[in-house]
Ligand binder design. Structure first.
Ligand code: MN
Length: 345
């Protein structure tokens, strides 16, 4: 893993398996979360990385995982063409898989910031209202179709004022770094509730993120051209195509490899997502988390969720443990997001 985290005394730096306590480096490093340093901007971030790498502070052995930043708002996009197509086919079998807006804007829903937890936190099977197509009425009870979603997310550092937009080329001035995200999803609750306003309780029970935030600056050498877009986006979303990220991703279920993908396949890039999210003047706050949406590839075995991998015939059982991992092409490790399913609370 390479990145900043939060520990008992303040911030931590992790690189090549070694964790260093940064709390001796000054006030901004002796804080319980990354938010104060994230708010400072690019120059401060570059200095912090250099200082962390040079710091001869105490080594920390196996620190207890803390959420590295206080989550302000949480937005989850839906930016993988393959995932959106696979899900469209399953949720709306009698229609075109992609709805008419999908290629014109990065579709998203607003999640629940308060339900974002750090890697290692168990996920309790949620209860909710669900109705299978062949049932006359809905019933309330534990989800029978609990799933994971393999995602990459970015964390906003520098906030904006109400009314300010962040064009695609200003992305790196506002975004501090990236995390791995598991957007746990109850497919039965989701399928019944989502029309017409999108996912709500089928997603909001819990979202897990990695323990380390990898600074954007360390992914510079992992940037690649994103896949072509057809039709070309409108002017306010044009650009940002050199922000594909060559980050290899994998999912492990109970210790066995289950799926492999790559974030470079995403149709909408992170700068386009941020430009879209601010295009109406909505304010950014330090700690805003925006996730890519499930990342699925074209090859069998590259799907980023169980519903796609098993065509709706297998979901998570109590006791199952899911681990997501990411590694950028330049060797920067994003660490992991780990979570075990436990029975309803
Ligand atoms: Mn998602």
């Amino acid at each position: 893993m390479t990145g900043f985290g939060a520990g008992d005394n303040g911030l931590l730096w992790c690189e090549r398996g070694e964790v260093v306590d940064l709390s001796g480096l000054g006030d901004v490093f002796a804080q319980p979360t990354l938010n104060p340093i994230m708010a400072e901007g690019r120059t401060a971030w570059e200095e912090a990385i250099a200082a962390a790498r040079a710091h001869d502070g105490p080594r920390v052995s196996k620190p207890e995982a803390h959420l590295p930043f206080e989550v302000a708002d949480y937005v989850d996009f839906y930016s993988s063409l393959e995932h959106a197509t696979n899900l469209g086919r399953m949720f709306r079998p009698d229609q075109e898989p992609l709805l008419p807006n999908w290629r014109w804007l990065p579709v998203a829903y607003h999640g629940r910031a308060g339900s974002v937890v750090v890697s290692g936190t168990d996920v309790a099977r949620p209860r909710g209202q669900r109705k299978a197509p062949d049932e006359a009425e809905p019933a309330f009870g534990p989800s029978r179709r609990l799933d994971f979603e393999l995602e990459l997310g970015f964390v906003v550092g520098v906030p904006t004022e109400l009314g300010e937009v962040v064009p695609v080329d200003a992305f790196a001035d506002h975004v501090f770094g990236v995390v791995l995200v598991n957007d746990w999803s109850a497919r039965d609750i989701q399928a019944w509730e989502y029309v017409p306003l999108g996912p709500n309780l089928g997603k909001s029970f819990q979202t897990s993120v990695s323990e380390w935030v990898t600074p954007l600056a360390l992914l510079e050498e992992a940037r690649v051209e994103a896949p072509p877009q057809d039709p070309p986006p409108l002017d306010h979303l044009a650009g940002g195509r050199d922000w594909g990220l060559d980050v290899a991703l994998e999912v492990e279920l109970n210790g066995e490899p289950l799926s492999r993908g790559n974030a470079r396949t995403l149709y909408w890039t992170f700068p386009q997502q941020l430009a879209h999210a601010t295009s109406n003047g909505a304010r950014l706050r330090t700690g805003d988390l925006m996730a890519s949406g499930t990342i699925s590839g074209t090859e069998p075995g590259s799907e980023g969720s169980m519903i796609e991998l098993f065509r709706g015939e297998r979901f998570l059982e109590d006791g199952d443990e899911v681990v997501l991992r990411g590694r950028a092409v330049n060797g920067v490790e994003l660490g992991e997001v780990r979570g075990r399913v436990v029975p309803p609370l």
